[in-house]
Design a binder for this molecule. Sequence first.
Ligand code: FES
Length: 264
Amino acid sequence: MDDENVLEPSVLKAWLAHVQRPRTVRMLMLTIAHLEGIDTANLKAWYDVSDDELELWFDDLEQYSLPVVIARYEGVDFAELATASGLTRQTIADWFAGLEGEPIEEAADIIARYSARQARPLLSTRESRVHYLDYQAIRDQGWAIDDDDLFEKASDAALSPEDYGRVLVEAGQTILEAVEQRGMTWPYACRGGACANCAVIVLEGDIAMPGQTVLTDHQVRVVNARLTCVGVPVTDTVKLIKNVQRLDAFEDLRLPSPMTEFST
Ligand code: FES
């Protein structure tokens, strides 16, 4: 077990009071016994586990943080969440790993809601700083979306707050709600995940999109597009390009918009 994943019996005992499934209880108790020096043969006999089950459990604890392992044993379906949110499984795992910083009772409650499929994927539990840069401003400056130092160049240029800036998105807010709350102009049309007018391209961090049905797998996974009217940040920081709906990748999904279209 590496230094990052050192387990404390007190932490395992605290989780024991909040997990739901007998199998999770058994594995936590077994781990506490292991930390107290009980050998493998006795662990298997006392807790009625096979070699494979024991090996898999300790491998998981080596590889992942405790909330991720517990979430799996409690029945959270990472693949289902990835499909529903348009995020990668790694982002889902990173999000559950972030529960390590939360009080155990609250983290266990969140896991229980995901296990019971009562939470939207992914429920945002913390605020996020979203840095945005407008696609038209990139074109006007002669830059390209894949420039390495795009946001550094933008911070040095005299861009308007509509073109470049940062907005704090509160827990549970969509990005569109956050920018509108601050009186900003932001492209949109349907407001329900059914067009591409509010699309952005994510360069750093990630955004979950519960309920989006229109973006293709290619647009989500290769272009890294997200819809901000339903999009909830799941990382502490997000960097994105807004106003990308005029790109060819979104041509078929644009709707007539109440917002002013930019010129090409
Ligand atoms: S405004 Fe239509 S998907 Fe967001």
